[in-house]
Design a binder for this molecule. Structure first.
Ligand SMILES: [Zn+2]
Length: 236
């Protein structure tokens, strides 16, 4: 499902090549753009153009690496799943709104048509033409919109259901990101704790060292019996 949503989202921006891009890119690791160009069998500039268009809307992101010998940059790309899903969801929202307006208009207004020329007019415009077609002179007939409205409602239902599935997918992705962040935070916390411990230990040692120095200066040299014993045993 996710794969299809991603493809649909990309295709809104770059057409059919959106499907290829989803097939070639990854959602986790970055892919070398030269590899993408080779697989798409287009030039590197054409490839970049496609990817720039997608990245303008946040559907893909990139990281670059400088080629030390040639001095140019190579870009590496990956799919931004959450952004892509949200982009797709926005499009569906617009479609839903459009359909709702369309249905409302058909339910509340009357439309007239010339059946011969297959054109239709709002009541206002039909009245302005005295209900007679300017092209062929036929009298307009009142359009029966029931079937039309029924179909629109079916379409609306379909888009509504699709939007709900996309919402679920968005939620899943957010959960995934949340878990990942939690894991990273835990790791960071652990590292901080360890750094604190090391720092504290170093400080403790320093204090000990200074104390020893001080005692030496005062002439109170602390004697560690075991060590002394070892050394003396070696000498013998
Ligand atoms: Zn006509």
């Amino acid at each position: 499902m996710l794969d299809k949503f991603l493809k649909d989202a990309m295709s809104v921006i770059i057409g059919k090549q959106g499907e290829d891009i989803v097939n070639l890119l990854d959602t986790k690791k970055y892919i070398n753009e030269f590899l993408i160009a080779k697989k798409l069998n287009i030039t590197i500039n054409q490839t970049r153009n496609l990817l720039y268009k997608l990245s303008d809307s946040g559907l893909v992101s990139s990281t670059r690496k400088k080629d030390k010998k040639k001095g140019w940059y190579t870009y590496f790309w990956k799919i931004e799943v959450l952004k892509s899903l949200q982009f797709y969801r926005d499009i569906l929202s617009k479609k839903i709104e459009q359909l709702q307006n369309f249905i409302k208009s058909r339910e509340t207004k009357q439309f007239y048509a010339c059946e011969r020329c297959n054109v239709e007019y709002t009541e206002e415009n039909a009245l302005a033409r005295n209900f007679i077609c300017e092209e062929c002179g036929s009298v307009f007939t009142l359009k029966d919109n029931r079937k039309f409205i029924e179909n629109l409602k079916k379409d609306l239902d379909k888009v509504d259901k699709l939007a709900k599935t996309v919402d679920e997918e968005i939620q899943e992705e957010k959960n995934k990101i949340g878990k990942k962040r939690e894991k990273e935070n835990k790791k960071e916390e652990k590292e901080k704790k360890e750094a604190r411990r090391v720092k504290l230990e170093a400080k403790r040692r320093k204090v000990k060292r200074e104390k020893r120095k001080e005692e030496k200066a005062k002439g109170i040299i602390p004697i560690k019996p075991k060590k002394i014993a070892k050394k003396s045993s070696k000498k013998r």
